[in-house]
Write a protein that binds this ligand. Structure first.
Ligand SMILES: Nc1ncnc2c1ncn2[C@@H]1O[C@H](COP(=O)(O)OP(=O)(O)OP(=O)(O)O)[C@@H](O)[C@H]1O
Ligand SMILES: [Mg+2]
Length: 361
């Protein structure tokens, strides 16, 4: 059980500001992912919840209680790091038993064995229990680290990029497993990553952190489909959203300096989208399509084959635009093509502030 709240947290190191006015509300049992680029303040935020760092301003609440004066041990959180820290000369079983053997806990040996065996089964490391941990692969070691966190049943799990040192395949497998474990345990996870795919695939909620500020919090669906600003729009999604400068004129989107026009009927028109206002038009690559009679001509600049789909880079004048098309689409580099977009999927941003018109005001 744990409901975590961070209220108006700021953190400075000397004259460097790592976090500014940070507010987070993580519901009990939620898988919350904090997503941000390197240096955004992710680890600092985790350390603050863990009690390893004190905020310069603001408060941390666990289940409604201000924990300012609680040390790390009293907060009863488990921290899993990118670099696994196992005891190398001990076996996997000994590593898993270790957190249960502290004098204060006084857990019976039978109970310790039951818990270790159960965790080993969950993480599929039963066959490794008697092996020394320096004889394990990276993925196995990371499972043991996660096991060490789970075995002692903490109130909160804090995970600092635990999968980023693993190869792509293993990362994907552990992503699914970790998500399943969290659902089975029903416990609160605060998971930190710079990998947007990880964030979108695992999180019940995602908080996007940019230079120490939360830019947007929402479900992966909200973050993807309704990004608050051009930063979120270009950070989330692979390839990212196309962002094109232009303005609206009589129901058409007129792009400049990219010189083309596309129809822009009622659907996505938001209040504030007045004719002539400098805007940025955001369109996801999957909402750009090729069609022989479509309004705009472009050249195929690049083709990336991804199996089920192709990612095309289209060139209009000097500018580039990405389009995701079915793999069967037959195109060659430098071939002229015509494209259009799905106007209902366009997101409008104010050119000056970068904020989506749907989020403004
Ligand atoms: N103890 C410290 N002393 C001084 N500056 C620090 C300290 N800890 C963190 N910082 C600075 O605060 C900022 C945020 O650091 P933090 O480690 O939280 O980033 P991060 O989002 O975890 O980045 P990464 O993805 O690289 O791990 C960085 O600019 C970092 O240099
Ligand atoms: Mg970090």
């Amino acid at each position: 059980m744990a409901h975590i709240q961070l209220k108006n947290i700021s953190k400075t190191f000397g004259n460097h500001t790592a976090l500014t006015g940070l507010n987070l509300d993580i519901a009990d049992g939620e898988f919350f992912v904090l997503l941000g680029e390197t240096g955004a303040g992710k680890t600092t935020t985790l350390r603050m919840v863990a009690g390893l760092e004190k905020p310069s301003e603001g408060q941390v609440f666990i289940d409604g209680v201000d924990v300012a004066n609680w040390g790390a041990a009293e907060r009863d959180v488990a921290l899993v790091l990118q670099q696994y820290s196992l005891y190398p000369r001990y076996t996997v079983r000994e590593n898993l038993e270790f957190p249960l053997k502290s004098k204060i806990r006084r857990i019976e040996p039978d109970e310790i064995k039951t818990r270790v065996d159960r965790v080993a089964r969950t993480l599929r490391i039963e066959h490794l229990l008697e092996r020394k941990t320096d004889r394990l692969s990276g993925g196995e070691m990371q499972r043991v680290s996660i096991g060490r966190a789970i075995v002692r049943k903490p109130r909160v799990f804090l995970m600092d990029e635990p999968l980023s040192a693993l190869d792509a395949k293993l990362r994907e497998a552990l992503r699914t497993e970790l998500k399943n474990i969290q659902m089975n345990l029903g416990q609160t996870f605060l998971f930190v990553t710079h990998d947007q795919i990880e964030a979108m695939s695992m999180g019940d909620k995602v908080g996007v952190l940019n230079h120490g500020r939360i830019v947007q919090t929402g479900t992966p669906y909200e973050i993807y489909n309704n990004p608050r600003d051009t930063y979120v729009a270009s950070f989330v999604g692979s390839p990212p959203m196309n962002l094109i400068d232009g303005k609206l004129v009589n129901g058409r989107a007129v792009m400049a300096p990219l010189n083309f026009e596309l129809p822009f009927a009622g659907g996505a028109k938001t209040s504030g989208a007045t004719d002539g206002r400098p805007l940025v038009f955001g369109i996801r690559p999957e909402d750009v399509y090729l069609e022989s009679g479509a309004p705009v001509e472009a050249r195929v600049h690049d083709v990336e084959n991804h199996g089920v789909e192709k990612i095309l880079t289209l060139r209009v004048g000097d500018a580039m635009l990405r389009a995701t098309v079915p793999a069967r689409t037959d195109v060659e580099i430098e071939q002229p093509v015509r494209f259009a977009w799905d106007p209902d999927k366009v997101v409008l941003f104010d050119k000056a502030s970068g904020i989506s018109l749907r989020h403004a005001g």
